[in-house]
Design a protein around this ligand. Structure first.
Ligand code: IVH
Length: 678
């Protein structure tokens, strides 16, 4: 088969697999098989740029960062919705649409039979959950995704199509679509993706996103589409823009056509004819809310029939034919028992409330955020108070306010701590923030090291929070580089650490030496430098030496680096001991070179993830790994569904078994040597 035919075949196969997985929820292949097809396609597309296609499934992984978003006019303005929280208002709306003068045509398979005994008005209203995300207008031209505009000011929006192409549940190519198909909908993070994201931000000491909507919006604002790819956004359609063919005469009919195209529509949709029926449905939605797995903040009600919609028309702001019922945030009263000041890896102390357990939005809540000392003072929250706790839009619970009517007089004021609960040094308060400035505070050291060892940073397997705490408490480790000063003997002195795990840890540390500059930098807890900024740095600086000789304005010129980040980084390197940290790591043999992808070089293994195991016939393991990196591969320590190849030699043990189980392709040294001799 020639390369073009293979590329087309691979694209089709991957599209079919995406559809089966994301739309039909019925996967046709395993992760490893899928990843292999994708890797093969990436390689072929790199070798044959003449067959490039922006809608190839390879665009799902993100691609090159943009300089700026291009702004485009909406062919039809993107309107907003009127909100309502109360039944009388909803009744008024039903009255208004009922007086519109046109009846909903009775539908053959329609839901008229749904409410046989209820009194019926003439206008049929469709209800569906209001998804709490970011509105977009997507445009397919001749079946290919061409444009994705944010709402912007409703008249013009930004083109975020590169970001949108990473959304896995969205078809990039639609066979048999109308020539022009504009679909409006919501981009959002589901509950799992949101808690994953905030979980890793919390561990990183980065500010948390207050809710899934902010997180989705923040993700789409990044010019680097790989950020979107990593965070696993989803899309759901809730309306149409310009469409060149007729998709039916009502929203319920068009929804079905969209589904046929493989475009996800908003899960449960029901119909109602009266405000009373609608209220019943709204209560059902509200009670199911926490089971949906994605964030909703209300119910959207709309006149189903397009003719009736057109007759009702719109104001400049919102259509008259639709309205949003907003849910009230769920709140519950409980007793505030204790405030604990948690120390982050940067030394910030944040107050966390422990409360009497209370049921909220389907979960038992014991802890909630108190934000900061200023909030506590402003709201006059006291220990022993009955407080209202809120979980709005599935976010981390928050203490809203004290219930003053429940005060007994025995409550006590919460004072800002004066000394660090861990190292007892004096704390510093700057506005709402309280810091422990003692860099050798063991709570900070523990937090920093645990973050450094984490999966998305140095990925040191076996080195979890507990072991880190033991190591720090035993005085064995204080700096990052100290980790590589550990030996089996000293580990054996720790409680519950046996011969086997001690050896495993030393081995994992040894492997982690070669993670490369990006992972090291993202692990060091440099203010404002997370995974993305670290990767940007490693793409622009060859190694730590290049980084150390850069000026703050060099940093400022990097994509997504502002003046503040640039300054903070420079100061961290040159005024806060960063240079010494890097030199110490370097002295311990940690590879501080960037694993750079040089598109002009010979990099047939770019985008491949390779694990090396066993004894190779001629090459040492370190040597083989270095060669693999030269060829563009990322080399990791453990086999997972993300692994492209396992390079196995003699006595390959459990990794080989895992690779076989996951369907990861196993290769030998000869394969590597063949790549090295082009
Ligand atoms: S219908 C003219 N249906 O909420 C707009 N909107 O607060 C008709 N939204 O602008 C939109 N879920 O971005 C509709 N099921 C749903 C929705 C939904 C979320 C968004 C949409 C809208 C905003 C208004």
């Amino acid at each position: 088969m020639d390369s073009e035919a293979r590329i087309i075949a691979l694209r089709n196969q991957i599209r079919a697999a995406d559809h089966a997985y994301y739309v039909q929820a019925d996967p046709v292949m395993g992760d490893a098989a899928y990843d292999r097809l994708l890797a093969e396609l990436m390689q072929l597309e790199r070798e044959h740029p003449e067959f490039a296609d922006p809608n190839s499934p390879t665009s799902r992984v993100g691609g090159m960062p943009l300089d700026a978003f291009a702004s485009h006019a909406h062919e039809r303005p993107m309107l907003s919705l009127e909100n309502t929280y109360e039944q009388p208002q909803l009744e008024e709306w039903f009255d208004r649409i009922g007086r519109s003068g046109i009846d909903s045509p009775s539908q053959e398979n329609g839901p008229d039979s749904l409410f046989e005994s209820a009194p019926q008005s003439d206008v049929l209203v469709a209800l569906e959950p209001k998804v709490d995300g970011v509105a977009v207008s997507l445009r397919w031209e001749r079946g290919r995704l061409a444009l994705a505009l944010t709402r912007g000011d409703g008249v013009r929006g930004d083109d975020i199509v590169q970001q949108v192409r990473t959304i896995r549940n969205l078809p990039l190519v639609i066979e048999s679509a109308p020539d022009v198909l504009e679909v409006r909908g919501e981009i959002f993070l589901d509950d799992a993706a949101f808690s994953r994201l905030n979980g890793s931000r919390e561990a990183a000491g980065l500010p948390l996103f207050a809710n899934a909507r902010n997180a989705a919006a923040g993700t789409l604002k990044s010019l680097d589409p790989t950020v979107a790819a990593e965070r696993q956004l989803r899309f759901v359609a809730h309306g149409l823009g310009v469409v060149s063919d007729d998709l039916g005469s009502s929203w319920s009919q068009s929804r079905r056509r969209l589904e046929d195209f493989g475009i996800p529509v908003n899960g449960p949709s029901v119909l109602a004819r009266t405000a009373a029926q609608a209220m019943t449905e709204i209560h059902t939605f509200d009670s199911l809310r926490s089971t949906l797995g994605y964030p909703t903040d209300g119910v959207v009600l709309r006149v189903d029939d397009f003719l009736v919609q057109a007759h009702l028309g719109s104001t400049s702001r919102a259509p008259r034919w639709a309205i949003a019922w907003k849910f009230a945030a769920e709140q519950a009263p409980t007793k505030l028992i204790e405030v604990e000041w948690q120390i982050g890896k940067g030394g910030t102390l944040t107050p966390r409330a422990t409360m009497e357990p209370v049921q909220l939005a389907g979960t038992t809540v014991r802890h909630a955020s108190l934000h900061n000392i200023e909030e506590i003072e402003r709201k006059d929250i006291r220990l022993g108070d009955t407080v209202l706790v809120e979980k709005a839009g599935e976010i981390i619970p928050q203490v809203v306010e004290p219930v003053l009517g429940c005060r007994t007089g025995r409550e006590t004021v919460i004072d800002a701590p004066k000394v660090c609960p861990c190292c007892h040094q004096d704390l510093i308060r700057v506005g709402p923030k309280i810091y422990c400035t003692n860099a050798s505070c063991s709570a900070q050291i523990r937090e920093r090291l645990a973050w450094f060892a984490g999966r998305d940073q140095m990925d040191i397997s076996g080195l979890g929070d507990k072991l880190v705490a033991q190591l720090v408490d035993a005085g064995l480790v204080e700096t990052f580089a100290d980790l590589w000063r550990l030996d089996v003997q000293s580990l054996l002195g720790l409680e519950k650490v046996g011969e086997k795990s001690a050896h495993a840890l030393i081995k994992a540390l040894d492997q982690a030496r070669t993670q490369g500059l990006a992972r090291v930098l993202s692990g060091l807890g440099i203010p404002q430098v997370g995974t993305v900024a670290a990767r940007t740095l490693s793409e622009h600086f060859e190694d730590h030496k290049a980084l150390l000789s850069a000026s703050a304005s060099d940093f400022e010129g990097l994509p997504d680096f502002g003046e503040i980040t640039a300054q903070l980084l420079w100061r961290w390197l040159h005024e806060q001991g960063g240079e010494a940290v890097l030199m110490d790591l370097f002295a311990m043999g940690v590879d501080l070179r960037s694993v750079r992808v040089d598109p002009s070089g010979h990099q047939p293994l770019a985008d491949c993830v390779v694990v090396v195991t066993g004894t190779l016939p001629s090459l040492g393991r370190k040597e083989a790994e270095a060669h693999l990196r030269e060829l563009g591969a990322s080399v990791t320590g453990s086999v997972s569904s993300k692994t492209t190849y396992l390079l196995a030699g003699e006595k390959a043990g459990s990794k080989l078994a895992t690779a076989e189980k996951l369907g990861v392709q196993v290769v030998d040294e000869a394969w590597l040597l063949k790549h090295l001799a082009p």
